[in-house]
Design a protein around this ligand. Structure first.
Ligand SMILES: NC(=O)c1ccc[n+]([C@@H]2O[C@H](COP(=O)([O-])OP(=O)(O)OC[C@H]3O[C@@H](n4cnc5c(N)ncnc54)[C@H](O)[C@@H]3O)[C@@H](O)[C@H]2O)c1
Length: 435
């Protein structure tokens, strides 16, 4: 039985707090694809397939042909930034995409001008910006964002909206009393509580407006009991945190493979050099702390050292990020793995991933907006664990529960959720699934 999913017809507005490298690469990319200049590689909603039925049925449609998703020809983009640059200027500045490609899209990109940001330098120390809202309290600022959301929807004739945080990584903040209930959070916003950073104000505004929200950075944002409850109460799907790209993507591909073969790991040292604005922000130890917490949690959940002490109990895991301007957005991620096999004999694996951060992240933003819109149309609310596939530090529905990091399990959960929504048989790879 397929679930009751509202129609995907009409226009989806994708709202992006933070129009930097990732967001502008996404927007320019979607316009390039829509003009037939390029292909949406890396996006599961656009290029991914899904097997339906038995293996012998030989039925593996595109995901977008299997389940009704918003059409990317119909999307509208909007966003906020602390810089006044339009999307064309910001994309040129980011130096991710060729200027020749950006010039072919110039009128569309120039037309998207950032709305003034809710920003406080205390939460992103390495950033200076003047395109910023003023308000006596954080609640005033949230009200201004809510008005922006309504105005954007009306002006762009959108039927539905989704918001994905593509803003800078904020400093590490521990969950505090103010984050526990909707009442305490709202009270804190009226009293300018310092434990409420800008990203939390966007998340609150989105949820209050019924707009699904995903957090692409590692800072708390919607990952607090008050906003999880608010999302449930308002029937809004949310997810986060921190796009899974680059080194962590490699880690969650490699670690499950080694574990499957019962190979031991003594040490995993990861270091990155990158020179974009994200790298500069992460050069601040307080912002890096948010990232470090997010990056470190991955191996423990995949390897389960408590259940496999002989293999992983003494694993030494270290992650570094170094700001190195000459590399720009082209990040280099090195990994050294000290592994051991039969009778404890040592081996090493070295990975040198010359990746492009925003090229890896942009399709994830698109998929998150489109899948959150699907979740919303299917009446799903609160934390969407099936979208863990996209995150380094997935939010789990039960507090304290270890997230699932293995990318292959995440993929299974995502696709089985889509099968379930469409009333197709789940694929468990058990029994006689070839019949
Ligand atoms: N690119 C990746 O592979 C990747 C992976 C995981 C997470 N991320 C995260 O995604 C986010 C975006 O990355 P990026 O490379 O585009 O960074 P970026 O620095 O190029 O862009 C971030 C933009 O956000 C703006 N900003 C900061 N605070 C804001 C606020 N309060 N309101 C509105 N705008 C604000 C900045 O001015 C900047 O233009 C970062 O937090 C990054 O850590 C990126």
């Amino acid at each position: 039985m397929s679930q009751n999913i509202a129609s995907a017809e009409g226009r989806l507005g994708i709202l992006l707090p933070g129009l930097g490298a990732v967001a502008t690469t996404l927007i320019a990319g979607v316009y390039a694809v829509n003009k037939g200049l390029s292909k949406p590689i890396g996006s599961a909603t656009q290029m991914g397939t899904i097997r339906i039925g038995k293996r012998t049925d030989n039925h593996t449609p595109l995901i977008k042909d299997f389940i009704p998703l918003a059409d990317i020809q119909q999307v509208a983009f909007g966003g906020w930034d602390v810089f006044e640059d339009n999307v064309y200027e910001a994309a040129v500045h980011a130096q991710v995409l060729d200027k020749t490609l950006l010039d072919q899209l110039k009128p569309e990109l120039e037309a998207i001008k950032p709305m003034k940001a809710v920003f406080d330098k205390r939460y992103v120390k390495k950033l200076e910006g003047s395109w910023v809202k003023t308000g006596a309290t954080k609640m005033d600022l949230a009200d201004q964002l809510r008005q922006d959301i309504r105005d954007f929807k009306a002006k762009n004739n959108c039927d539905r909206l989704a918001m994905v945080w593509c803003g800078s990584t904020e400093i590490y903040i521990e969950e505090a009393a103010v984050h526990q209930t909707i009442e305490s959070l709202e009270e804190g916003m009226r009293n300018n509580d310092e434990n409420i950073p800008s990203s939390m104000i966007y998340a609150y505004a989105a949820i209050m407006e019924g707009v699904p929200y995903a957090n692409g950075a590692p800072n708390l944002s919607a990952d607090i009991p008050a906003l999880v409850k608010l999302a449930k109460d308002k029937g809004v799907p949310i997810c986060g945190k921190d796009f899974k790209t680059g080194q962590t993507l490699m880690k969650t591909i490699l670690a499950p493979g080694l574990k499957t073969r019962s190979l031991g790991i003594a040490g995993w040292f990861s270091t990155n050099i990158l020179g974009n604005r994200d790298g500069e922000v992460l050069d601040d130890p307080a912002s890096f702390k948010s990232k470090e917490v997010s990056k470190l949690s991955v191996l423990e959940s995949i390897l389960e050292p408590d259940k496999n002490p002989d293999l992983y109990k003494d694993l030494y895991h270290k992650v570094r990020i170094n700001y190195y301007p000459p590399h720009g957005d082209n990040k280099e991620g090195w990994d050294n793995l000290d592994i051991f096999g039969w009778l404890g004999y040592r081996m090493q694996i070295k990975v040198d991933f010359l990746c492009r951060d925003s090229i890896l992240a942009a399709p994830l933003v698109l998929d998150l907006a489109i899948f959150l819109d699907l979740a919303s149309r299917a009446g799903m609310s609160g934390i969407q664990e099936w979208l863990s596939f996209y995150f380094k530090s997935p939010q789990t529905p039960v507090k304290g529960m270890m997230p699932m990091h293995d990318i292959f399990k995440q993929e299974m959960k995502l696709k089985n959720t889509l099968r379930h929504l469409q009333g197709a048989e789940l694929i468990t790879h058990l029994g006689l699934d070839y019949e």
